[in-house]
Ligand binder design. Structure first.
Ligand code: PEP
Length: 259
């Protein structure tokens, strides 16, 4: 973590949880945060929860008196219209969301989302006043073929919207093979890819903005590996899937960002 970039720890609950689960998880996290703030004062990191769309309202309501923000897991490229089942960025903004994840590998795979679609979604997010968390990452086959740098650079170039800056953009490096598998790249491998992402961002949005843009690592982040990963110079936080479903684990990961 470099000076000047405040860690962001984001939880992606994916398609998990009913009303009571969401409330209980949010309340537990809130208590952990309040206890820590009572002991240490204001915390030096940002916390974001991205619940399923059905739970955004109640999680936001539960966390109303805290600094924990909520975000969406996806948005449509259009602001409104005949798109049954979809949610627009302005609808997320209307629920007080601050961020939306776009281009998660599960959406790239399950919904055949191309870089162009991801860019359009990120553009819609920015237009609605949200910060877009743009996910990139190579598959296991691409890694084994030595193509990680090429794939990640191509995704960054193809998925970052025009007008992006350090306030409306976060990039998440999520190797597909590390998501939900318990496997992670080594710390030097993570740092190498994050430095590459920052260099490509400098080409796209300028060196000054790239230096301020947060780049998260995601893929099997747990309390046991968080400290090492979050200490890397170009890792500015984490996008956490499975471990974000357990409030104590998510909190431990966040606390490791400043350990
Ligand atoms: C994710 O899906 O964004 C993710 C990082 O999942 P996990 O932490 O479970 O690997």
């Amino acid at each position: 973590m470099a000076q000047g970039r405040r860690p962001l720890i984001a939880g992606n609950w994916k398609m998990n949880g009913l009303w009571d689960d969401g409330v209980e998880r949010a309340e537990t996290l809130m208590r952990l945060m309040q206890d820590a703030e009572a002991a240490q004062g204001p915390l030096p990191f940002d916390l974001l929860l991205c619940p399923p769309a059905t739970l955004i309202g109640v999680v936001h309501f539960t966390l109303a008196n805290t600094s924990i923000t909520v975000g969406g897991q996806d948005c449509h490229t259009k602001a409104s219209g005949a798109h049954t089942g979809d949610v627009s960025a302005s609808m997320l903004k209307d629920l007080d969301c601050t961020h939306v994840i776009v281009g998660h590998s599960e959406r790239r795979a399950d919904h055949a989302e191309s870089d162009a679609v991801v860019e359009a979604k990120a553009q819609a997010a920015v237009a609605a006043g949200l910060c877009a968390i743009v996910c990139v990452g190579e598959t296991e086959a691409q890694r084994d073929a030595g193509r990680t740098a090429e794939i990640v650079a191509r995704q960054v170039k193809g998925s970052i919207p025009t007008g992006a800056n350090s306030q409306n953009l976060v990039v998440a490096y999520e190797p597909v093979w590390a998501i939900g598998t318990g496997k992670t790249p080594t710390a030097p491998e993570v740092q190498e890819v994050h430095a590459l992402i920052r260099a490509r961002l400098a080409d796209l949005i300028g060196a000054a903005e790239a230096a301020k843009t947060r780049i998260l690592y995601g893929g099997s982040v747990k309390p046991s590996n968080a400290k090492e990963l979050l200490a890397l110079p170009d890792v500015d936080g984490a996008l956490v899937g499975g471990a974000s479903l357990v409030a104590g684990d998510f909190w431990a990961i966040a606390a490791a960002s400043t350990a």
